[in-house]
Ligand binder design. Sequence first.
Ligand code: HEC
Length: 256
Amino acid sequence: MGTRVGKGASNERLHRLRQGAAGSGYDGAAPRCRCRDDVRANVMMGRAVRLVIGILALVGAGTLVVAAWLMSQGISARTEPGPRETAVARRLRAMAIPASARNERNPISSSAEAIHQGMEHFADHCAICHANDGSGDTEMGRGMYPRAPDMRQAATQSLSDGELYYIIQNGVRLTGMPAWGSGGEHDAEDNWRLVHFIRHLPKLTDQERDAMKALNPKSHEEFRQEEDERRFLEGEASKPNAAPAPHTHGHGGETK
Ligand code: HEC
């Protein structure tokens, strides 16, 4: 062929290619293919490297934005979480609850007795943050980030029984909500009764709320004062001991 370049030459090469000349001594087609593969591999590698660098740059920029936001906000729990942050956090929490848990049904049927037992339990363990009426309006509930929610509202009442139970059992990470499913004093049945009581919260009566007050945990000081008053009323002592003023922190933190 020499330097001949023309239609005849290209036809000849095409013919050989069609015949599958690879391996038959023809050394034109095979190296050409390998070369194309190499080029393609190089292009892909280049894209992958650019993608990784892009992702790293995005992560870096995101970290800087979050760090700048945290520094501008500080780490105080005083600020009220914004509606968007609350919506995102609740969405993430919902996604983290397995579907099997969400669809679980309350094995304890609802009855006045089950609600009453749930109520006693709630007054003893939960009201310190959630308040007896479930409003979350307590010194601790108001001071948390996120706040203890008003459980009488639709946002809580629209959760399934399974979701409520899962939250009580496992708590919510990075919030003040503890896990109560240790298998100890709080067993599964107690927690399912608490679910019945949470459903009852929007209908809680004043009498029930007053009955709960008597079950709220008391500080040593409150207990002593009440004992003194009781003895005084029963005529055991001339007047209540001049007990030191109860330790209130002056924040008006009373469990409703
Ligand atoms: C130390 C404070 C604290 C105690 C005690 C506490 N909780 Fe909570 N609870 C929280 C906070 C804070 C949240 C909000 C968590 C969030 O935003 O994901 C919460 C959320 C919940 C929720 C989810 C409601 C919703 O709509 O987000 C349920 C149900 C719940 N608590 C039940 C209970 C029960 C039942 C008890 C007692 C056995 C209890 N909690 C004790 C602080 C507390």
